[in-house]
Design a protein around this ligand. Structure first.
Ligand SMILES: *Cc1c(COP(=O)(O)O)cnc(C)c1O
Length: 429
């Protein structure tokens, strides 16, 4: 037994499935998960001392790479001053100010500890602020594991959804309508029939939980139009895309394509914590004033705005705000995707990719999928073989064909070249 196998066997005795978040178990791709001992810059080392070029980056947060000196320093200083107080701190104001300065649609934010918590709270706030119950989400988008959001589409068009997890009562999800991503006709029909009952439309604007799928510009334009017309809130789940696809998040990308575009509420996580448990939701002052202690919508958290987490997040935002940061990151990420495409072309394998900022996806297919059904119909067997071929060659990709990848500022041109070389070998094998 290898050390990773031993650790996995031991983990499974005391932790369900041996992991604290299911995708880490490698169930989608098979094989033994690597137990990570440490990480630095663009690399992670497992318990056997094997080095990997890291394209997960803790599923997004590690945009600077691991162990960035300015972040380490900020975390160290904050820790020396105390871990948690249960009372307000100046650093929470600074982080809120930093987020608001970068995201024009947001006047106020509330800090929480996970993306799940932020999404769940945004949903409650949208319902509380509109006095409505129904919500719309899209198949393939993940918004955390709150009951009302663990829903898949029913059969047929635009029906209400079914729970994707045991333990979620049908009564809880009967208000969640699950539509197809990028399907204009479905969203129009749904609003025509029940527009005045819909509290919000929640969407991953650039969806990273079905690999990498962009909401089309006509689709996003239509969502904005319909929400405004019917008094529903457009909620951008930017837990993954925020401060990752661009400094101003996916909403800044759409604002360039659709004049005056803004969501009503936004949900953030991952990058804003820089690897520490931290997330946020925000919107206009009007909407946010509905939250306790000002308004009737309750929301709270013992560790919310934690002083060490906010220090880590602030230091991270400061680094990514430096001039040229996203230009360099985007160029590098585009280079990786082009490299993968050209390696596949040489190997005679159909592969297409896309990226925005430091987030990318690739598919074993002839063209980029526009919705979840098409993503899941791409070549899974080939993806899994490729995943293991890359892992064996020291490249750690997301262990499922429906997950996005992430490049960090610490990835060098040599790292990208080594990755493309590994891909060329893996695709030919
Ligand atoms: C990761 C993610 C979440 C959930 O965040 P957690 O911190 O894992 O609870 C929600 N929405 C999106 C888009 C995500 O990628």
């Amino acid at each position: 037994m290898t050390t990773n196998e031993q650790l996995f066997a031991r983990a499974q005795r005391v932790i369900p499935g041996g992991v604290n978040s299911p995708v880490r178990a490698f169930r989608a791709v098979g094989g033994t998960p690597r137990f990570i001992a440490r990480a630095q810059g663009a690399y992670m080392w497992d318990a056997e001392g094997q080095r990997y070029i890291d394209y997960i980056g803790s599923w997004g947060p590690m945009i600077l790479g691991h162990g960035h000196p300015a972040v380490l320093d900020a975390v160290h200083k904050a820790a020396m001053d105390g871990f948690s107080f249960g009372a307000p701190t100046e650093r929470e104001i600074e982080l809120a100010e930093a987020i608001i300065a970068l995201v024009p649609s947001v006047d106020q934010v509330r800090l929480v500890s996970s993306g799940t918590e932020a999404g769940m709270s945004a949903l409650r706030l949208a319902r509380g602020a509109t006095g409505r119950t129904k919500i719309i989400k899209f198949e393939g988008c993940y918004h955390g594991h709150a009951d009302a959001l663990l829903v898949k589409a029913g059969s047929g068009l635009a029906t209400f959804g079914f729970p994707t997890s045991a333990g979620v009562p049908e009564d809880v999800v009967k208000h969640t309508l699950v539509l197809e991503y990028n399907n204009l006709q479905q969203i129009e029909e749904t609003f025509a029939l029940q527009g005045d009952e819909i509290a919000c439309v929640m969407i991953e604007p650039i969806a990273g939980n079905m690999n990498f799928v962009r909401a089309s510009v006509p689709f996003m334009t239509k969502l904005r139009e319909l929400c405004t017309k019917h008094g529903a809130m457009l909620v951008f789940d930017e837990v993954m895309s925020g401060f990752r696809v661009a400094l101003g998040g996916a909403q800044s990308v759409y604002a360039q394509l659709i004049p005056g575009f803004k969501p009503d509420m936004s949900v953030f996580g991952k990058v804003i914590g820089g690897g520490m448990p931290l997330a946020a939701f925000g919107g206009t002052k009007d909407v946010m004033s509905q939250l306790a202690p000002l308004g009737p919508v309750y929301q709270a958290g013992t560790l919310s705005g934690n002083p060490v987490a906010t220090a880590c997040g602030l230091a991270t935002l400061k680094e990514i705000s430096k001039p040229g940061f996203f230009d360099a990151l985007s160029a590098k990420t585009q280079g990786l995707v082009k490299g993968l495409e050209s390696a596949a072309r040489d190997a005679g394998v159909p592969l297409v990719g896309d990226s925005q900022g430091g987030m990318f996806g690739f598919f074993f297919a002839d063209s980029l999928p526009q919705n979840y059904g098409v993503v899941m119909a791409t070549d899974k067997e080939r993806f899994n073989r490729f995943f293991h071929g890359m892992l064996d060659r020291g490249v750690y990709l997301a262990p499922a064909l429906y997950e996005a990848g992430f490049v960090s500022a610490a990835h060098s041109a040599d790292d990208i070249a080594a990755t493309v070389q590994a891909a060329a070998a893996a695709l030919k094998a």
